[in-house]
Design a protein around this ligand. Structure first.
Ligand code: SF4
Length: 121
C-alpha cells in the first residue's frame, strides 16, 4: 500500500511517499532530512496526536477549563481517553500546567490544564 503524506515536522512541508507492506514501512521517499522519515514511519503505522478538549470545573469563574495531553498519544486510544475527559470534573482553582489526570487512558500521557480558572468566592 502506498500513502502520500505531508511532513509537519517543520514549515518546509515535504511531500512524503510511504510504502507499507504487511503493516510495516518498506520505504519512505520525498523527505529532505531524517526527521521526515521518522515522521512518516510513525504516521503510517501508529499515528499520534495531542488531545485537546475541555474539562468541567466546579466552583470556578468559568464552567470549564481547556486541557491537553502533555505529549502526543496514539490516535487509536483517543476515544477511550475522551471518555475519561468527558467524565472528569475538577474543583477550582485550577492552575495552568496542573495535572488533572495521570496516564490518561493508559497512554502514558498526563492531561494538563492550559489556563488558570480562579475560584468563585
Ligand atoms: S522532511 Fe525534514 S525538511 Fe522536510 S518537512 Fe520534514 S522535517 Fe522539514
Amino acid at each position: 500500500m502506498r500513502r502520500e503524506l505531508v511532513c509537519v515536522s517543520c514549515p518546509v512541508g515535504c511531500q512524503l511517499t510511504v510504502e507499507v507492506q504487511a503493516g510495516r514501512v518498506a520505504s519512505v521517499s520525498g523527505n529532505r532530512c531524517p526527521r521526515g522519515e521518522a515522521y512518516a514511519r510513525e504516521e503510517a503505522v501508529d499515528p499520534k496526536r495531542v488531545l485537546m478538549s475541555l474539562v468541567k470545573v466546579v466552583g470556578g469563574e468559568r464552567p470549564v477549563v481547556s486541557v491537553k495531553t502533555d505529549r502526543p498519544i496514539p490516535k487509536r486510544l483517543i476515544p477511550q481517553a475522551m471518555e475519561i475527559v468527558r467524565a472528569l470534573t475538577v474543583p477550582a482553582p485550577v492552575r495552568i500546567e496542573q495535572v488533572l489526570a495521570e496516564d490518561i487512558g493508559g497512554t502514558g500521557a498526563n492531561l494538563v490544564a492550559t489556563r488558570d480558572v480562579a475560584q468563585v468566592r
